[in-house]
Write a new protein. Sequence first.
Lengths: 656, 155
Amino acid sequence: MIPELGQFALVLALLLAIAQGVLPIVGAWRGNAALMAVARPAAAGQGVFVFASMAILIYAFLSFDFSVAYVADNSNLALPWYYRVTAVWGAHEGSMLLWVTILNVWSVALAALSRHLPQPFVARVLGVLGLIGVGFIAFILFTSNPFMRELPMPVDGGDLNPVLQDPGMTFHPPVLYMGYVGFSVAFAFSIAALLGGEMEQAWVRWARPWTNVAWAFLTLGIVAGSWWAYAELGWGGWWFWDPVENASFMPWLVGVALIHAQAVTEKRGSLPAWTVLLSLFAFSLSLLGTFLVRSGVLTSVHAFASDPRRGLYILGFLVIVIGGSLLLYAIRAPKVATGKPFAPLSRETGIMIANLLFTTAAAMVLLGTLFPLIGDALNLGRVSVGPPYFGFLFVLLMAPAVLLLPFGPYLRWGHAEGRQLTSMALRASVAAVICAIVAAFFVRGHLRAIAGVAGAVWVGAGTLAYVIKRWREMPRGRRYPAEMAGMLVAHAGVAIFLIGVMLSESLSIERDVRLAPGTSASIGGYDFRFDGVAETEGPNWRADEGTVTILRDGAPVGTMHPQKRTYSRGQVQTESAIDAGLFRDIYVALGEPMDANDVQGAWALRLYHKPFVRWIWLGGLFMMAGGFFAAAERRFRAKKAAAAVATGTEPKASLA
Amino acid sequence: MNPSRKRRLAIVISVLVAAVVAVGLIVFALQRNMSYLFTPSQVQEGQATQYPTFRLGGMVKSGSIQRTSDTLKVSFIVVDDAGAMPVEYTGILPDLFRDNQSVIATGRMDSGRFIASEVLAKHDENYMPKELKDAMAKAHENRKIEDKATQDAGK
């Protein structure tokens, strides 16, 4: 009975979403305040029913309701409760419900925090979000119902994919979706602005904090996913250019471009049409990503089994959203959007160049990800492009972005002077060259590592120089407004990230070795002594657990316990052991026994020494923090009256 | 030409140049990194001869996995419905690698054997990668047509 309530709640949510999607937009068009006033209650109601439905699905998992096919497929009696909660989004149906749930988190937040915005605008924004909700809830109800019953009820369920039975999994999908779905808010703002024809700057100011928060969540989600892949997949890699990673990375890249373009449009009134276009792209790529990997069109470790009906629905939905929004853009944008011109040497130009680099990178990733489909269509055979394609082009595109980055804060809006730029460039490049020369002695002449240090110091020193300049020149209290602090922190994150990537990629040592108990292997200055394997057990698995003692110069520095787990359904899963450190990770994974009948004998082991690998995620966390800081800018929170005054005193008065 | 037109022309030209360079680089990168998937029977028909490295997809033949006891070298046979290809790999195989599992190996041919540098097994045992499924269906289809052709020729 209870699962039917969940489905019923979804049906009610669908009806409310239709009301939320249609009435306020009609109201805003006709100037009917009563219809516009429907937006907030409808959004709240949709939220209540979607949350209820999600809660019921979680309850079904917690109470072992195996009469629900989705629960039976993805959990069993032995699964601990926390993994039963994460199993909710462990497969297609539940992850779609999670998507809708998070969409409603955003809508409800927007409904609650938009009191200071003009009513027609809010009505349109919530209306667009309502329409997106209609698309997704209908998709769940008609093609991917998580509440479908399975009778007779099985005694015990299947199992959650062992790869997903990891603490990282409790965290990664909801956060990633917060980012993905968050771009729907930026999208809704842009559509509302296009519909309203009021392409003044004000709407960008309202959209900025939301976009920054969404982007920060997306950053955190990608970082968590990368860390999870590193810790859980047992390959020691942190990025594979897998279709699903690309799916989250494309909106991220466009998101980087978008948050910078929004700053230009908000502060200077330049590039408004481009900003709108980017927010359409960012959300379209989020949608494409969600659907591509979930529909199983592309082969990926994340792809779930496919169903042709779903594919068709998805295609239709994508065509309507992307096609419809671009059509609206084509009709409305030229009429209203005339950007303010700027000099060739100005911050606007710098941001525009960076924007082009990031969008090109996103297009490049899109091409590589969709290439198997293109190859299929052109009859090239079953073809895919490997990681080297992405690696080569991405580095090529990002190198100029890294070179330009420290100039950003020094470039003045509108028209910049060259003098300060050259003095900064001189200092930062001297610092970069000195550090690169010092680093060269430590990294045994690895060119990529040296280039990485030079690039990171270039970015870091340039950013630091600006921090010092502000400190000297500005009075206390006005030195680092939240928006600027966010920018500086995120840029520092780029430097940290560069160190992590370039050093760990070029200096990592990876070896697959055969070790008998008592023997040892040595990499990266550490000796790994294999002390044999013992059996151990968990709630729903048993495992061979190895003991590996790490020695440095004969003195033990740690003991590691990699496992080879066998879950209750017979799936085998490697649990690697990681000794984490700020400057290096030691990573040990068990392969297989050399002789399957002699588990106590020699094993194949995979050993890694990865210098600075943590810095990759640390850099990502800095970027995320930058996004949140920038969103906290006081200017964005100004109330209606204050906002009007502030706009009037800005250098470029939008109301003029 | 007045200055603003001149500037516009300069912008258009630089955008065009950038686009040409970008397209050129992308085509270059694509060409070098395209990787084709073949099944054992397609390889035996000689479809893969022109590619130095390619991906081999199929099922691990039951009972064909052989390890050496003192190195990490493993050999096994990958089969589809009509062909079989011995594969050699040195290193640790993925968790789900076992008999009758669908795998995709990347590598090159060397005197009738496939030397793999990477072996992937998909993480869900009920799930066959779509491109592999298609490739095997296609190999199957070709064979049927050929069988039919030989039958027709025999008549």
